[in-house]
Design a protein around this ligand. Structure first.
Ligand code: NOJ
Length: 541
């Protein structure tokens, strides 16, 4: 277990609330999760990313924290949490949590005191103003629900600043006490054995008049400060940035290897879907060519879907319109600047396209992040509000409440998926685990094969010339190991000539089945044919 474990890992994202209920109250809990660790171990993942596990009024699914130092009582106790860490580590699985720096809940004791007593030390924990005109250039992120980043507080008789829901006042990072408090938070959890944090809403920590209040130099200074502490006191623990930004700004969060260890590749994600929509390799090639190389001790986190809407903020207006047309023709599927659907419904439940998407996720540069339930192809429920349609209970078997909970169905925190195409009777872990042809076993196989080849975590990427724009092809190379991917984005069968002369004499051996293909010739192009929406991943031997 080296300090750079995260470079060659597969991460599994889950919300304790939605995974497994052990107490029959309709809400998932830590003991439930512990009972499913063997499942995750068998799937082959290396790290669990837990969505917020703290006490919270739950107005933003836990991203509105009311106490940073304990566990949401619905989920269990600190003792349960320690056991979760112990049991995970026993299986070689690490656990990262959420560090929500930017804001608290308005029901956090700090805010309650801050608003009722202007002389309290907590007043200055938040950002106040007598007018709502300050920082006018900052965009509104939750644009479907909020009309301003300022909300009036009757008690304080001032406006307070919030980049998300008005129930989430922003912390004032100008205040040294706030900055120090957040260091106490990470020490507390690291001392309990947590392996890292996904850091929420990173770009918005500071505000400056005349700017859009994102990515300010002060934010980078603070992150460097955090990182220094971690390197000194907790080597091997990681920070993963949620910074939904264009490549030029995003890349800066790696600093010179002295800020974040990892960052989500937000620019890449929607372009995988655009490539499907346009049946063209260009969106992926163009964006990856625009993203500069990152420091050697850093890694991308690549993902297809997560607990939020599929964000289209880092798209041009034209790209966004195309995405809405292709993937969200029903207005209910749209939220803020994004699409609130799960992976399978997005890809029309087309198994070939889904496998193709995973094949890219597992072979493009970065550490893949899988969203719970997507490994069995769960559906969504666009009639639930906010992003709740992609946060329904995990489907374990065909029994009551999909095996998620033994409670009365009306007690469930969210209905399970029962529409015919994705009914839990058919779409569940038990049904797929013993079927070698299931999506679950495809993903499991891919994860295990990927692990045998460090080139996927560490290799450089090089695009291969192809005479067919619908085919994406690249190699990955590291320490003498070479892999080749060929992906057909067309919904028809295609043939392609690959410019592989630099690899002449090598034999492509297919990754999943181990079959050897014809040797790469010296002077001619390598001809390959692919059925509709299909791929090959080879190790070049
Ligand atoms: C990003 C999280 O992913 C999202 O779920 C949350 O609503 C916002 N940050 C605010 O914390």
């Amino acid at each position: 277990m080296t300090d750079e474990w995260f470079k060659n890992a597969v991460i599994y994202e889950l919300n304790i609330r939605g995974f497994k209920d052990s107490s029959r109250d309709g809400t998932g809990d830590i003991r439930g999760l512990i009972s499913k660790l063997d499942y995750l171990d068998n799937l082959g993942i290396d790290c669990i990313w837990l969505l917020p596990m703290y006490p919270s009024p739950g107005l933003d699914d836990g991203y509105d924290i009311s106490d940073y130092y304990s566990i949401n009582p619905d989920y269990g106790t600190l003792e349960d949490f320690k056991e979760l860490i112990f049991e995970s580590h026993k299986r070689g699985i690490r656990v990262i949590g959420e560090l929500v720096l930017n804001h608290t809940s308005d029901r956090h004791p700090w805010f309650i005191e801050a608003r009722s007593d202007p002389s309290s030390m907590y007043h200055d924990y938040y950002v106040w103003s007598d007018t709502y005109n300050k920082y006018a250039d900052a965009r509104i992120i939750f644009s479907d629900t909020e009309i301003s980043n300022w909300s009036w507080c009757d008690k304080a008789e001032k406006y307070y600043w919030h980049r998300f829901f008005h129930s989430q006042p922003d912390l004032n990072f100008e205040n040294r006490d706030v900055r120090d408090e957040m260091k106490r938070v990470f020490r507390f959890w690291f001392d309990l054995g947590l392996d890292g944090f996904r850091v929420d809403a990173v770009p918005y920590l500071f505000e400056r008049e005349g700017t859009d209040c994102e990515n300010l130099p002060e934010t980078h200074d603070y992150i460097r400060e955090l990182r220094k502490r971690i390197d000194e006191e907790y080597p091997g623990r990681i920070l993963l940035a949620e910074a939904n930004q264009w490549p030029e700004d995003l890349i800066k969060y790696f600093g010179s290897g002295d800020e974040f260890h990892m960052a989500f590749n937000f620019p890449l994600m929607p372009r995988i879907f655009m490539a499907f929509r346009n049946e063209s390799s260009s969106p992926i090639k163009d964006i990856l060519k625009r993203i500069p190389p990152i420091p050697g001790n850093c890694q991308w986190a690549t993902f297809l879907r997560n607990h939020d809407e599929l964000t289209l903020e880092m798209c041009t207006d034209e790209e966004r319109d195309c995405m809405y047309m292709a993937y969200a023709e029903d207005k209910r599927m749209q939220l803020n600047k994004g699409i609130r659907r799960r992976l399978n419904p997005l890809l029309n439940n087309n198994r070939k396209k889904i496998e193709l998407a995973y094949a890219m996720l597992f072979t493009l540069p970065g550490t893949p992040v899988i969203y719970y339930g997507d490994e069995i192809g769960m559906g969504d429920n666009i009639y639930l509000g906010d992003r709740n349609g992609v946060r329904t209970p995990m489907q374990w078997d065909e029994n009551r409440n999909a095996g998620f909970s033994e409670c009365k169905p009306s007690m469930l925190y969210s209905p399970v998926i029962i529409d015919p195409e994705y009914n839990y009777n058919a779409i569940n872990v038990e049904a797929q685990i013993n079927n070698q042809s299931s999506l679950l076993n495809f993903i499991r196989l891919f994860i295990h094969k990927r692990k045998e080849h460090p080139v996927f975590g560490n290799g450089d990427i090089r695009f291969i010339g192809v005479n067919n724009e619908k085919i994406l092809s690249f190699t990955r190379e590291n320490n003498g190991e070479k892999a080749l991917g060929v992906f057909n984005l067309s919904s028809k069968a295609e043939a392609a000539r690959l410019e592989l002369q630099d690899y002449s004499g090598l034999t492509p051996v297919e990754l999943l089945g181990g079959t050897a293909f014809p040797e790469i010739p010296a002077d001619e192009k390598y001809i390959i044919t692919l059925p509709a929406s299909s791929f090959f991943v080879f190790i070049l031997k």
